[in-house]
Design a protein around this ligand. Structure first.
Ligand code: SAM
Length: 440
């Protein structure tokens, strides 16, 4: 917790390694995971309780004590750990540092003196309605507002609380059976929104042989649907050239590569960050090691005119649609990230629309429902001449049972409806070319 707090470590990379080092059994590993991920998801909420009890802001509490207090209050507020046990174990984590122990003891005595609900009600009194909702649902207020605007755009603002609750639920791991290499039935019995997907059986997904053998992967069903929208929008002609423009770490590239192999298309991948390009190569190794992975800024494809038949632009974004999978992410993002990302997204989409051939398809995808990263970017491309393809019709054909959101011809998936991350998908066609070229 301290490494995430102080060094900006990623919990989902750090925790599995720490659990392995500690040699925890499955039950203790599950408990440690809920302690860490739950505390990180609820951090803003827990901090408000700690600050009220401590009478000082979090940044005036040393990092170790801060982390210990958050974990302790999470156990008291949200897990079924008896308060005396949570307090005792937490204080022990502070070793023999008398100052920290005394302070933490005093704070936790206050926290355990009344019910958590009463404390939260007292903190919320006098707050604006948005701030109070943000406190109760443990999201920053600007994120609550952005999510409400995105839901409101499709007339579903009344689903906001359900969405916030879904963000706070630990999601089950979802798997994809790579076409031509594995069948979904090999992965388990519980289906997902994707025709290629299954919920991972409880425990480590590596216990599933197809996952160990690289024939299946961990992947959210929303990501699967986004990739399939591009590959299955219309028939593939042998020899088509596909590009995954922002491919790292390679989840969708692996699925695109399997789809390309099955249909006689050729995939190329590109990624800005060299280390992430390495992850793309790893992801592709079991599917098609011959896929070329270029390293560089995707905006340079603006100089490549009309070369590709299909391009996936899974754009760098705020990730506000995947908050349930990245426990600490919501507290790290800033509203000021949005305009900067939107500028990059527009430039990348302009490059993709140039690099695709006339009549070819670009899938613009984000794992964020923020309207500035979704609708506004697509509207910009359409103003520049791109043609919107009815993505809803394509997705309905691929996933007939999924409850699709979105406005116009775009698809917006939602965790509380489809059990997926909140992926946004819009297929765009470069004007010109002829219909025959699309179905060569
Ligand atoms: C949303 S992620 C892509 C996820 C990937 N499609 C997958 O399914 O695993 C966006 C990626 O774009 C990369 N990126 C950021 N800026 C870029 C740029 N200017 N050109 C190319 N890639 C970029 C990021 O490093 C990141 O790996």
């Amino acid at each position: 917790m301290r490494d995430v707090d102080v060094d900006d470590a990623y919990a989902n990379l750090l925790l599995p390694a720490r659990i392995r080092e500690a040699g925890l059994d499955a039950q203790d590993a599950a408990f440690a995971t809920e302690l860490a991920y739950g505390t990180l998801r609820w951090q803003g909420h827990l901090d408000a309780i700690v600050v009220a009890a401590a009478g000082r802001p979090m940044d005036e509490i040393d990092a170790t004590t801060r982390s210990v207090l958050r974990v302790a209050v999470h156990q008291i507020a949200r897990m079924r750990v008896p308060a005396h046990a949570a307090v005792h174990e937490s204080i022990e984590l502070l070793g023999d540092h008398r100052g920290r122990r005394g302070f933490a003891n005093a704070v936790l005595r206050r926290v355990t003196a009344t019910s958590i609900d009463e404390q939260v009600d007292a903190i919320a009194a006098g707050m604006s309605a948005d701030d109070a909702l943000a406190l109760r649902a443990a999201h920053p207020t600007w994120v609550v507002r952005a999510l409400r605007r995105a839901l409101d755009a499709e007339g579903a603002a009344d689903e906001l609380e359900a969405l916030l609750a879904a963000d706070n639920d630990a999601p089950r791991v979802q798997l994809v059976a790579l076409p031509g290499l594995a069948e979904p039935a090999e992965l388990g019995d519980e289906s997902t929104a994707s025709p290629l997907g299954r919920l991972s059986p409880a425990g480590d997904p590596w216990r599933v042989p197809a996952v160990r053998e690289g024939r299946a992967r961990v992947q959210d069903a929303g990501s699967q649907l986004a990739a399939l929208a591009l590959t299955r929008a219309e028939p593939v002609a042998a020899g088509e050239r596909w590009l995954d423009l922002c491919a790292g770490p390679g989840g969708k590239a692996a699925l695109l590569a399997a789809e390309a192999r099955a249909s006689g298309a050729h995939l190329e991948a590109n990624e800005l960050v060299p280390a992430r390009a390495g992850l793309v190569r790893q992801a592709l190794a079991a599917v098609d090691p011959s896929v070329e992975v270029a390293v560089g800024d995707g905006r340079r494809y603006a100089d490549v005119d009309g070369v590709y038949d299909r391009i996936l632009l899974d754009a760098p974004c705020t990730g506000l649609g995947a908050l349930r999978r990245r426990p600490e992410a919501r507290w790290r993002k800033q509203p000021s990230d949005v305009p900067e990302l939107a500028r990059l997204q527009s430039q990348l989409l302009r490059a993709a629309m140039r690099a695709v051939r006339p009549g070819g398809l670009v899938a613009y995808v984000t794992c964020s429902p923020h309207l500035a990263e979704t609708r506004a970017i697509v509207q910009g491309a359409i103003a520049d001449g791109a043609e919107a393809v009815d993505t809803r019709a394509v997705m309905t054909r691929i996933a007939p049972d999924a409850t699709l959101g979105g406005t116009g011809e775009a698809v917006q998936l939602w965790p509380h409806r489809t059990g997926t991350d909140a992926m946004f998908v819009q297929l765009l066609r470069r004007p010109g070319g002829d219909a025959a070229a699309s179905a060569r």
